[in-house]
Design a binder for this molecule. Sequence first.
Ligand code: SAH
Length: 335
Amino acid sequence: MTLEELTAFFSTLSLPSFRARQVWQWLQQKGVSSFADMTNLSKALRDRLAETCCIYDCRIEKKSVSALDPTVKYLFRLHDGEFIESVLMKYKYGYSLCVSTQVGCRMNCAFCATGKSGFVRDLSAGEILGQIHAAQRDESIRVSHLVLMGMGEPFDNYDNVLRFLRLVNDENGLNIGMRNISLSTCGVVPGIEKLEKENLQLTLSVSLHAPNNAMRSSLMPINRKYPLEELMRACRHYADATSRRISYEYTMLGGVNDSDECARELAELLKGTLSHINLIPANDVTESGLKSSSPQRIRAFAGILENEGRTVTVRRSLGGDIDASCGQLRSKHIR
Ligand code: SAH
């Protein structure tokens, strides 16, 4: 709930607005997971709240710590017994958390593990926020950066994701700056068009993965609904209207989308628009049968894009030994 919503709710319980403010700060800023921890409230009030309300927090079911780099993967259990995963990464500039927006995913991209288990349900704004509080409590740290690149498609859960973004950005809450937040979409065009109008300073990432419709449709079913012409029209419009550079993600799949010709096609596709291309070495998802391109191929591909004047980086992979790398999130837990 926003502070306004909580205040309105408290008034139905005949509780004053300063109580709402206290409780909201416990929930949003300090991230406590029980009313009993709200020590500036009377015992009677804490008991009453515990009887009438519940806090849908994320319980740590399993925690995996990488031996390769400072990366932690969490398997969280939700109030209804469903599971989601989040990944905490330590960088020089601080801690970044990769959060999930849905239990499962409807998009079913060929190379991604999440889609393989199908879709279960959307996460509420509180459950997306709960992932940050759970990680912060567990590691006694503050998360400074967020990527909405965990399980799920953010634009398939638009309203809850927007509510979450506003809560996490609230200066009386976690106060994480929009400029420190990246949201990644597989290309849900109406979501891009709606986000453009919200006027937020976050970074929009678009998962491209192929430079033409035939290839993209074979890898990403969403392309049949919103083909590249429509997607690129929406992206160009977004970049023009917001003056924000879009980050295009391109997972490098050996022998599939990594030829010199693909690089030239990709450079052409992004010609004249504010863009940054992020090449992602593909991570293994056993069932897909797809493999990453070699480091040499990725370098050559990046070289062609650079020669064509595009800005390009190769993403460093973290948490490879704990299945925490891009696209590997998939709860193997069965209830
Ligand atoms: N649904 C959103 C966000 C989640 S996926 C989206 O599609 O953008 C985050 C990123 O990881 C996407 O770019 C996705 O395509 C990529 N990804 C998925 N599986 C991958 C894999 N096996 N190897 C590398 N990247 C992968």
